[in-house]
Design a protein around this ligand. Structure first.
Ligand SMILES: Cc1ncc(C[n+]2csc(CCOP(=O)(O)OP(=O)(O)O)c2C)c(N)n1
Ligand SMILES: CC(=O)[C@@H](O)[C@H](O)COP(=O)(O)O
Ligand SMILES: [Mg+2]
Length: 650
């Protein structure tokens, strides 16, 4: 057994001390560590297994202590982290104070941006390249190389293409590495996926050499391409691509090359490292490389929960019934009952449950690929044509379509239905993925309706309401969580525009508090009740159902009776449901001093379990009970001063 190499790598300097023939051993150790860890904690397995050699080669050739390395999405950063001194953090992957699953500047100076959304790397890289050049004192190009790593499904995102378009005007070194594994989370979508499929990697060095000669015949004399060709060594000559589509973005295109082959990767990167023009290196890799189960089902192992391996059998922990599964089943019924319903996802078929709908209703379901802005506008078009589009999107990614909701949806009064999964804290993905601002964003628009589901029945009720709501856009949020095992009985009552339901009436006609909970905090508020009753407090609980319009009749009744209100939500306090209640009460000239808001604090919350994140924000049952008690306490003295309000119970 050769001695393990990975523990000796405390940074890229140690990596550079290795001989090229030691790199395959290092790659296999990195794969092993990642697979072992992800099997315990969950995480992005297949994307990381696919870029092990590529990442080693990049660090072997460049010096990212000085040069710039930008990851797109960032879900493929684990090998990079292990090569930059973070092996010790791996055993707490995606946990508090452990290794974040995404690049994280707080963790290491080798990580430049906290990223998690697709399409950003090239644009930020262009900014850094321009910034470094300016700071080099106007003497032209800085000596810092800039490299971005982006996947085949992300490079067609509008933002990435905007970045490439700008990058193509640079007159300096600028390398974009296209990691083409022929996969998004599931199958990549759109016309470009077919193009990448057709661009094949040349299998042998001989082939490459022949191709190099052919290319030279076609290169226009005096062009930068010709210059690069003549400056380059044999390897580069063979790999310059002529006719690659990204040439039209002003890039010299190299490849495709085999992204698992060190003898190809290292000399190629070494040759293109100093080309003082934008270069796109097209690399073909296998998502899940090294483990048959992950290569065989890269979708299932894109970001699995913890799993067990016994021989060839791999079993992913099953985790109960998720809101996603409930959404898929409810939508199957909605689609079966209404032929106008059309389901859309932007590359999140498995994560949103829309993959189930594609199977059953392929003619009325579409995956647009990673392009939320386009998907939203496509939904506007579908609605305009008379269909009922339901766009299932993670709350965090809906942010990409804010302007489309404004211009093409809300302003037009179009009934696009937006179903936001992963609303609230999302757990291990951390700050880049929490759905903390959807209420604040979308309630700004006139005439739209905002709802939240608290359990499976309310999810179904909301979807039924949305199906029939043609008066404008509607938004529904639900979390990355399981539906309550013990449903709320009252949630079988149909949704009525702007009407809350009482799920726990007060015991007396002078309750100490009314909790207006939004979404699954209803369930936590219900669990808080025994803790309040222990203190002989009389608390009513309402499932608010709507953040827009607010149930102002209920709020009026409560405030006029002097009942303090505590709003609770799994969303930022600023601009959220509670703020909507406060504003509505103020607009109705009600005394708002008895309204208190409870929700996510305005801080960036890192990776942890969702349960811990909720507890940390006092949004679990104990936290809600504690806040309720303190609100009751402070309201008592205020109520004593209010005319016509008695604090004594009758
Ligand atoms: C704006 C945005 N939409 C959706 C996602 C969810 N997402 C994360 S990775 C991924 C697939 C990316 O595919 P690709 O870039 O080819 O990388 P691969 O996973 O194949 O390595 C998707 C859709 C995201 N991170 N950002
Ligand atoms: C990187 C990315 O955006 C997705 O892979 C996301 O992390 C998946 O999240 P879920 O595990 O909640 O589906
Ligand atoms: Mg891919």
């Amino acid at each position: 057994m050769p001695e393990a190499l990975l523990p000796t790598i405390h940074g890229p300097r140690d990596l550079k001390k290795l001989a090229p023939d030691q790199l395959p051993q290092l790659a296999s150790e990195i794969r092993h560590e990642i697979c072992e860890q992800v099997s315990k904690t969950g995480g992005h397995l297949a994307p990381n297994l696919g870029v092990v050699e590529l990442t080693i080669a990049l660090h072997y050739v460049f010096d990212f202590g000085h040069d710039r390395l930008l990851f797109d999405v960032g879900h493929q950063c684990y090998p990079h982290k292990l090569l930059t001194g973070r092996l010790g953090l791996l055993d707490k992957l995606r946990q508090k104070d452990g290794m974040s699953g995404f690049p994280e500047p707080k963790e290491s100076e080798f990580d430049l941006f906290s990223v998690g959304h697709a399409g950003t790397a090239i644009s930020t890289a262009v900014g850094m390249a321009r910034g470094d050049d300016v700071l080099a004192g106007g003497k032209g190009e800085s000596d810092r190389s800039v490299v971005s790593l982006i996947g085949d499904a992300s490079i067609v995102n509008g933002l990435a293409l905007e970045g490439l378009n700008n990058a193509g005007t640079l007159h300096r070194q600028f390398l974009t590495v296209l990691n083409d594994n022929g996969m998004s989370i599931s199958q990549p979508q759109g016309a470009m996926a077919g193009y990448f499929d057709r661009v094949r990697v040349s299998p042998t060095y001989h082939d490459l050499k022949r191709r190099g000669k052919e290319v030279l015949d076609r290169i226009p004399g005096g062009s930068i391409l010709e210059e690069v060709y003549h400056r380059g060594g044999e390897m580069l000559k063979a790999m310059i691509s002529d006719g690659h589509m990204f040439e039209h973005f002003g890039h010299i295109c190299i490849g495709p090359v085999d992204g698992h082959d060190f003898p190809t990767l290292i000399p190629t990167l070494a040759e293109i490292k100093d080309i003082d023009r934008p270069v796109l290196l097209h690399v073909k890799t296998i998502k899940g490389k090294g483990y048959e189960f992950a290569e065989g089902d890269a979708t299932k192992f894109h970001s699995p929960k913890p799993f067990k391996r016994e021989g060839c059998r791999v079993e992913i922990d099953s985790g109960g019934r998720s809101f996603t599964a409930a959404y898929a089943d409810a939508m199957l019924d909605v689609m079966a009952n209404d032929e106008k319903v059309y389901a859309v996802t932007a590359a999140m078929g498995p994560g949103t449950g829309v993959d189930k709908l594609i199977e059953k209703f392929p003619e009325r379901t579409l995956d647009t690929g990673i392009c939320e802005s386009h998907a939203m506008d496509m939904c506007a078009g579908l609605a305009k044509s008379g269909l009922k589009p339901f766009f299932a999107v993670y709350s965090t990614f809906s942010q990409r379509a804010l302007d489309q909701v404004f211009q093409e949806v809300a302003l037009q009064g179009l009934p696009v239905r937006v179903c936001m999964d992963r609303a609230g804290y999302v757990g291990g993905d951390g700050a880049v993925h929490h759905g903390f601002m959807d209420i604040a964003m979308f309630r700004t628009f006139p005439d739209v309706v905002l709802m939240a589901a608290s359990d499976e029945d309310s999810l179904r009720g909301a979807l039924a309401f949305m199906r029939d709501h043609d008066a404008g856009a509607s938004f529904l949020r639900y979390p990355r969580a399981n539906v309550a095992e013990q449903p709320v009985e009252e949630n079988t009552t149909p949704f009525e525009l702007g009407k809350a339901v009482c799920i726990q009436p007060a015991k007396t006609d002078k309750p100490d508090l009314a909790i207006l909970a939004y979404g699954t905090t209803v369930i936590d508020a219900r669990s808080a009740l025994p803790m309040l009753r222990e203190h002989e407090l009389d608390v009513a609980i309402y499932d608010a159902r709507f953040a827009k319009p607010v149930d102002i009749a209920l709020v009026t009744t409560l405030l006029e009776a002097g009942t303090p209100i505590l709003t609770v939500e799994d969303h930022l306090v600023d601009g959220g449901f509670g703020s909507a209640v406060l504003e509505a009460a103020n607009a109705a000239s009600l005394d708002t001093r008895l309204i208190h808001r409870h929700g996510m604090p305005a801080t960036w919350v890192g990776p942890d379990s969702r349960t811990n994140q909720l507890a940390g924000a006092n949004l679990d049952a104990a936290g809600i009970a504690q806040r309720a008690r303190s609100v009751i306490q402070s309201a008592k003295s205020l109520r004593a001063t209010m005319p016509g309000v008695s604090v004594e119970r009758g």
